[in-house]
Design a protein around this ligand. Structure first.
Ligand code: DGY
Length: 321
């Protein structure tokens, strides 16, 4: 690789495997720390950079791209979702944007399924109950949940790579699987039936949100969508917080209009609406669906390899188009 004029800016410490790949580039580096950079630190790190490796906690907009300067060739996001980046502004500035599709499908599907089982089988309720130190004895009516494997229906909104990985797991649990996508609302494929989103919401015992956050999908799950769900059904979101209207979800859970929910993502991360902490039948995790050891290495390494490709004059491996 010919040495570019600028440095490679890395907004946050990545995993050891990814940091090793980064150092192996042999390029001048400016590396942030464990915490997200302030806006000022981000701008300072990107100023004069040839490449930036950022995470979903960094907002890369037109102003930031302008302060980076003309030498910036690539912004590599360490995530498959890229709603934190103004891709149109980057394109206008001649900057390639890359993301990390493919390498986190299984980890994210595993966590999605962990949340499905945790909320439907009341794993967290059980844990909390035992820690309350109340006396207990086995009971036929105790902590009863949904029989996932007895023909329950899973509805997947957004049937991309991760949706397919969730569907594979659901089929192994003998679930009926429905899916809805923008482009497909009928037909069958690999044991999955495609329906429109309204039908999916009405017919599913578990609704799983796996669609990217775009202006079209913001608050896709609003009060009206929640009202279409069965009163016993569960909502699981491992995509982006903004796809679900949190206020409407809080209302629905408080009023017992749906059976429960599990969220790995939040509308205003890292802020978690305090009302979410008090509503019943809700399992929460802090945006960790892709946090498998090998997966997080693979995400960082793919981001670094995208930087290496672009700085060498080759096409990016996984460009955002
Ligand atoms: C992604 O890749 O978009 C995930 O949300 C990060 O874990």
């Amino acid at each position: 690789m010919t040495t570019p004029a600028g440095h490679v800016y890395v907004s946050r410490l990545l995993t050891d495997g990814a940091m090793a790949r980064l150092r192996a580039l042999g390029l001048p580096l400016r590396i942030g720390d464990d915490n997200p950079p302030t806006r000022e630190a981000l701008a300072a790190g990107m100023a004069g950079a040839a490449a930036a490796v950022v995470t979903l906690t960094e907002r890369v907009d037109a102003d930031l791209l302008a302060t980076a300067g003309d030498g910036l060739a690539v912004v590599a996001n360490v995530a498959v979702g890229y709603d934190n980046i103004d891709v149109a502004a980057a394109r206008a500035a001649g900057v390639t944007v890359t993301n990390t599709p493919g390498v986190l499908d299984n980890a994210t599907a595993d966590h999605t399924f962990a949340l499905i089982l945790a909320v439907t089988r009341r794993v967290v309720d059980g844990d909390r109950f035992l820690r309350s130190r109340e006396p207990w004895i086995w009971g036929p009516r105790m902590l009863i949940g949904l029989d996932v494997s007895a023909g329950a229906t899973l509805g997947i909104i957004g049937y991309g790579r991760i949706g397919r990985a969730v569907a594979r797991r659901a089929r192994a649990f003998d679930m009926t699987v429905l899916a809805s996508t923008r482009s497909r609302t009928s037909g069958d494929e690999d044991g999955v039936r495609f329906v429109d989103t309204g039908t999916l919401l009405a017919d599913s015992d578990v609704v799983c949100v796996l669609t990217p956050l775009t202006p079209q999908t913001r608050h896709l799950i609003d009060a009206a969508a929640l009202a279409r769900m069965k009163p016993t059904a569960y909502l699981v979101n491992t995509a982006r917080g903004g796809v679900v209207d949190e206020t409407a979800l809080i209302d629905a859970l408080t009023a017992g209009r749906i059976g429960g929910a599990a969220l790995d993502v939040f509308e205003n991360e890292p802020h978690v609406n305090p009302a979410l902490l008090d509503v019943p039948n809700l399992v929460l995790t802090p945006h960790i669906a892709s946090a498998g050891e090998a997966t997080r290495d693979a995400m960082g390494i793919l981001a670094v390899d995208n930087v290496a490709a672009v700085l060498s004059g080759r096409p990016a491996l996984t460009p955002v188009r």
